[in-house]
Design a protein around this ligand. Structure first.
Ligand SMILES: C[S@@+](CC[C@H](N)C(=O)[O-])C[C@H]1O[C@@H](n2cnc3c(N)ncnc32)[C@H](O)[C@@H]1O
Length: 371
């Protein structure tokens, strides 16, 4: 009897959210490296690739990668760059199906001169070993679309975060961990996770807590990094899965945050109302108006500026990204403070964004106006 799996049925809503976030991030990641001066090869690793489509013909991650590369064919031509793709699946039949599908798509899109593909039928762990040398040499985006939670353990996480010029995104079944955290099998995989904390956390918030637990694996010598989570509730409203995104570059963090805030403009952190923000426009009888996630961030930013703890666009930008927000949240607030004559600065915009702070290296001081 054949085994039922993801590809024998339509992708569900949660799977679509996951794939859309991966795809949208890839769409902003790829041109950054195509247009950059890095001589290192541009590499995308999809090491749990599947066979390509669901039973209704909806594209899985590998075909979405090809679609995004197709959109960038002009800059690839202009820059004379090639994208190296690595597709792997433990299931031989799936990789055979995928190989034909991808090779046909590349030929149809006229991409043969711009893509080099390698297909393997190995375990994920074996792949990391097999590709160790090229992982160390490339500009990499790695997608770990595992079933469950077992593949990204401490050793694997440390290996991936140790790579240079690498962003990685992994999918994880957080509900599964929530449910089985006190079983010895789980402790074998993640002996340093705080099992009590996990067990006590509500299901709604569990993926954020799991992301915090992974942060324990970041080696102390890595000072600059970001780990962001995006929780995904399955349509059964019972199971929470999610993505964890890891980067060591502020541009990667900025672009991922833009991707997830586009996906959910209320919290940028889940495909549901994870912070109960939708009910916060009503007055609470005892506490007055409760602040939404964005309002809370903007109030903290305002207080830091008024306390002179943040005094220019660079400090405001770093505070924004480190708190998981996007530039427009900060810019709206800072411009409002100028209109309210709390601060003054010599520009229309607050210049709180990557281009002004990191690329153009412009400093804009916020002057406090004495009341
Ligand atoms: C969630 S599916 C991937 C879906 C795919 N990313 C897509 O968008 O269509 C997980 C895949 O991982 C494969 N797999 C399971 N365990 C694996 C392992 N240890 N190493 C590599 N592949 C594995 C399964 O055969 C399955 O096709």
């Amino acid at each position: 009897m054949s085994r039922k799996d993801l590809f024998d049925k339509p992708f569900d809503e949660g799977t679509m959210v996951k794939l859309e976030i991966f795809e949208k991030y890839l769409e902003v990641w790829l041109p950054t490296f195509v247009m950059s001066d890095f001589p290192n090869p541009i590499q995308i690793f999809d090491l749990f690739s599947g066979s390509g489509r669901d039973m209704n013909g909806i594209s899985g991650s590998p075909l979405r990668i090809i679609e995004i590369i197709t959109k960038h064919i002009n800059i690839l031509k202009k820059q004379q760059k090639v994208v190296y793709l690595f597709f792997n699946d433990i299931d031989r039949q799936k990789i055979t199906l995928l190989e034909k599908l991808i090779n046909d798509s590349i030929a149809d899109a006229g991409l043969s001169s711009f893509i080099v593909v390698q297909y393997t039928n190995e375990t994920f762990i074996r792949c990391l070993d097999l590709y160790r040398k090229c992982l160390n040499n490339g500009c990499n985006l790695i997608f770990v679309d595992q079933n469950g939670f077992k593949e990204v353990n401490e050793k694997v996480f440390k290996f991936l975060i140790g790579l240079q010029r690498t962003d990685f995104m992994f999918f994880i079944s957080s509900t599964f961990i929530h449910r089985f955290a006190n079983r010895p099998e789980f402790a074998n995989h993640h002996p340093n996770f705080d099992i009590n904390r996990i067990r006590k956390t509500s299901r709604k918030l569990i993926h954020n807590v799991i992301c915090d637990e992974f942060e324990k694996y970041v080696p102390p010598e890595i000072k600059s990094y970001a780990l962001f989570s995006f929780s995904i509730m399955k349509s059964d409203h019972n199971n929470i899965y999610g993505l964890i995104f890891v980067t060591k570059h502020i541009l990667g963090a900025d672009k991922f945050l833009q991707t997830v805030w586009k996906k959910n403009a209320i919290n940028g952190n889940a495909n549901y109302d994870i912070d109960d923000d939708l009910s916060k426009d009503q007055l609470d009888l005892f506490n007055g108006k409760l602040l939404t996630k964005i309002e809370k961030f903007q109030l903290e930013l305002r207080n830091k500026i008024l306390d002179s703890k943040i005094s220019n666009n660079k400090e405001a930008y770093l505070f924004t990204i480190n708190n998981g927000h996007i530039s427009s949240h900060a810019d709206d607030k800072i411009r409002k403070m100028k209109r309210e004559k709390l601060i003054d600065f010599e520009s229309k915009s607050s210049l709180v964004n990557y281009d002004q702070v990191c690329k153009k290296k412009r400093t804009l001081n916020f002057k406090l106006i004495k009341q």
